[in-house]
Design a protein around this ligand. Structure first.
Ligand SMILES: Cc1cc2nc3c(=O)[nH]c(=O)nc-3n(C[C@H](O)[C@H](O)[C@H](O)COP(=O)(O)O)c2cc1C
Length: 192
């Protein structure tokens, strides 16, 4: 018989993100963040290619990035609503971890599997932060997909992609429960 880890199971069955806009200081310091990052990097990875890397963005860096998003929005001719949408998480965030996909050319591991692995890193990071008692939220937005912003401001290589920004901080409010999928709608049993 298996011996269940009830605490871990209970966490997984009740976990939920905390909206980034409700997060405040303090944020985890380097010592507190280390095990969270370590847990994130302990993710399934076919062929042990490690096709990802992390960039920890502290508040002053986020503000600098917000300014750069504003400049980029102007160059793209975006309206104020789109500009604010792109800037907001950088202007108001306190700590975020950028999860960067760094695909590796490998005979036996298709690129899509490396993308899946990068998504797994994002979820593991989110869950480790939540399990450590922090509020956390996985965000994207147009700047996270904009090659000019990614390469010229964030310093990504042309072949790299940003899978997401995981914001981490102190939660100020527990959001209402989010409706969760119905098992019957999502699961098919194949018995023979
Ligand atoms: C790749 C990805 C990008 C996301 N980007 C955003 C975003 O930019 N803004 C947002 O409000 N939610 C975004 N979400 C959704 C939230 O991170 C999260 O899924 C939702 O709040 C519910 O999370 P929970 O199931 O952990 O409670 C994104 C989710 C994923 C997987």
């Amino acid at each position: 018989m298996p011996s269940p880890n009830q605490a871990a199971l209970e966490f997984l069955l009740t976990r939920r993100s905390r909206p980034a806009k409700t997060l405040t200081t303090p944020v985890p310091d380097r010592a507190a963040l280390a095990p969270i990052l370590e847990a994130a990097l302990r993710s399934p990875d076919h062929g042990k290619l490690e096709p990802w890397r992390l960039m920890v963005l502290e508040a002053p860096a986020l503000r600098r990035l917000g300014e750069a998003v504003g400049t980029r929005a102007a160059a793209l001719g975006l309206d104020p609503v789109q500009t604010d949408k792109g800037r907001n998480q950088f202007d108001t965030g306190h700590l975020a971890v950028a999860v960067i996909e760094t695909p590796v050319i490998a005979d036996k591991v298709p690129a899509i599997e490396q993308t899946y692995s990068t998504g797994a890193v994002c979820l593991a990071l989110l869950n480790a932060a939540l399990a450590s008692g922090w509020g956390a939220n996985w965000l994207s937005g147009w700047p996270t997909h904009d090659p000019v912003f990614l390469q010229e401001t964030l310093g990504l290589a042309p072949h790299e992609r940003l899978a997401g920004l995981i914001h981490i901080g102190t939660e100020t409010a527990t959001p209402p429960e989010r409706p969760r999928p119905n098992l019957e709608d999502k699961v098919t049993w194949v018995s023979s």
